[in-house]
Design a protein around this ligand. Structure first.
Ligand SMILES: Cc1cc2nc3c(=O)[nH]c(=O)nc-3n(C[C@H](O)[C@H](O)[C@H](O)COP(=O)(O)OP(=O)(O)OC[C@H]3O[C@@H](n4cnc5c(N)ncnc54)[C@H](O)[C@@H]3O)c2cc1C
Length: 500
């Protein structure tokens, strides 16, 4: 436990006096062990799951209740200290990356399920509660929380709200925004505000929709009311193999065009199957160019009928092999490979850069072929494992940060994928947010007027720009610089200009 602020080492990026001032002020409202400032204590907070970018924060604050959150915000506002909220740090776009002279506000100690109402089918939870912990608690009542990011074992509901997170089952059950009824949050003014309601609608402007997905830039979430839904009686999954990527991409569009909304519709290409299979033994077809996992849930009759319809569509769309799970154990085994695909990427290379763009389903094949071309152009491998039914791509670009230039090439590769997504009518993000990772790509997607409107919303909530500043919305100057150094065929005009 840290006792003496005097013993903290100063850094070149902020003065020791400033660190002492902020930590001392925070210690007036928090227990001593909830204010971290020694390098060995703050280093674990230096990055999120986008580990290529790191910055140790000046101070970390760990509030235990909402009053302490209010007090932290009042202190930071008065001292003009930027604040970066942090849940579990599983974000893939750098949203929780600290600011050098700022405070990280961690919700790790706000981890209580406040109330679970099985009759109303809702749960009221603090922001640091893990996504999976909600479903675990609801399981005794035959209920669960539908949005299921693959990181659900670790990520928090506060982070899910900030990123509007999705998951395998969001195709049928919706994203965070469709499953959260009410958010209680603290503004930078220290005011407690409730957005949404426990009813079907709330009076006034729909600020809940503005807030969900705002990446920690508008307020600190202190409590969330989520919807719980009944666990389906049965679920089964089809594993379909394809001998080329174009056919598999078109099959995804065919399933939805046939009027079927599967409970999950995921694609894994040959690289990701080949990486995960020897590690997880999910039973995947190693000869396939791509596999699709299509889940059906409901009553036994509904599932049987839907599995038959989906199998027929997949066969006529060119599937070379179709297997249907025959037991819950087998269903979970089929999914285990998909769920472990990101960690398994470490078997191919020490680092990966996970992109997240969304495209119209009919363009899946075109974009996957484009990505294959980019692999050759940038000399880096890329595995594709993604929410195909939503058109939400997750190319995992493999690189070795110890090799000169590989991170840089991975960034260029990622930026070009996002440009392609925009070119075919898609967007630069699906569910991982913008953070610092995609801030330049915002310049490609949005006009200056649109970006100005985003800034106005930010300003309305946070006039001093203290909440997670410099994330998600690029300035005019940044876009002008990006325009000048715009990536074309791997060449940057001004590679010396700062990128973040
Ligand atoms: C292996 C892996 C798989 C993943 N799979 C998916 C997936 O399938 N779908 C998906 O959508 N995402 C996925 N993610 C991304 C990530 O898990 C989600 O974005 C998740 O919601 C982040 O939650 P977190 O608690 O880790 O938040 P953090 O990473 O700590 O923070 C994320 C953002 O939320 C803000 N924030 C956190 N808490 C609060 C709060 N209380 N108030 C205000 N702002 C806050 C932060 O400032 C930051 O901007 C995956 C990540 C990994 C590593």
């Amino acid at each position: 436990m840290q006792t003496s602020i005097e013993s903290s080492a100063s850094t070149s990026s902020f003065t020791f006096e400033r660190q002492k001032q902020v930590a001392t002020a925070l210690r007036t409202v928090l227990p001593a062990n909830s204010v971290l400032f020694h390098a060995e204590d703050t280093t674990p907070y230096e990055c999120d799951a986008l580990a290529a970018y790191r910055q140790r924060p000046m101070v970390v604050a760990l509030p235990e209740n909402e009053e302490q959150v209010v007090a932290i915000l009042n202190i930071c506002r008065n001292l003009k200290v930027p604040i970066v909220p942090r849940g579990a740090g599983t974000g893939l776009s750098g949203g929780a990356v600290p600011i050098v002279d700022g405070v990280v506000l961690s919700t790790a100690k706000l981890n209580r399920i406040v109330k679970l109402d099985a009759y109303a089918r809702t749960a009221v939870v603090q922001p640091g509660v893990r996504n999976l912990a909600i479903s675990d608690a609801a399981a005794a009542h035959g209920l669960y929380y539908a949005p299921d990011p693959s990181s659900q074992i670790a990520c928090t509901i506060g982070g899910n709200v900030a990123e509007n997170s999705g998951g395998v089952h969001c195709l049928k059950y919706g994203l965070t925004i469709h499953n959260v009824m009410r958010v209680r949050m603290v503004t930078i003014e220290g005011e407690i505000v409730e957005l949404g309601s426990t009813g079907l609608d709330a009076p006034g402007l729909d600020l809940l929709a503005v807030f969900i997905g705002s990446e920690g830039m508008l307020g600190i979430v202190t409590e969330v009311t989520v919807k719980l839904i009944p666990k389906p009686q049965q679920a089964r999954v089809i594993m379909a193999s394809f001998d080329d990527i174009v056919t598999s991409g078109n099959a995804v569009a065919d399933v939805i065009a046939a009027g079927i909304i599967p409970a999950g519709l995921e694609m894994m290409d040959k690289t990701s199957v080949g990486t995960v299979e020897p590690f997880v033994h999910a039973g995947y077809d190693l000869d396939a160019a791509a596999i699709l996992l299509c889940e059906s849930d409901g009553t036994a009759e509904e599932v049987e009928e839907e599995i038959a319809r989906m199998s027929a569509v997949l066969s006529s769309s060119g599937a070379t092999k179709i297997e249907v799970s025959q037991s819950e154990e087998e269903r979970l085994r089929f999914w285990s490979g998909r769920k472990n695909a990101f960690p398994a990427a470490a078997r191919l290379s020490p680092d990966y850069y996970c992109m997240d763009g969304t495209i119209p389903r009919k363009c899946l094949a075109q974009v996957l072929l484009g990505i294959a071309e980019m692999e050759r152009k940038y000399g880096l491998r890329c595995a594709n494992v993604f929410h195909a039914g939503d058109g939400n791509l997750h190319p995992l670009i493999m690189f070795d940060a110890n090799q000169p230039d590989e991170l840089h090439r991975a960034e260029l590769f990622g930026a070009e994928i996002l440009e392609l997504c925009v070119a075919v009518g898609g967007t630069i993000t699906g569910e991982h947010g913008v953070g610092i990772e995609k801030i330049n790509s915002m310049c490609v997607q949005f006009s200056p007027l649109e970006r100005e409107a985003f800034f106005k919303v930010k300003y309305a909530f946070d006039p001093a720009f203290l909440l997670n500043p410099d994330k998600a919305i690029p300035t005019l100057q940044r876009c002008a610089e990006y325009g000048k150094m715009h990536v074309k065929r791997g060449e940057m005009k001004f590679p010396d200009l700062p990128r973040f």
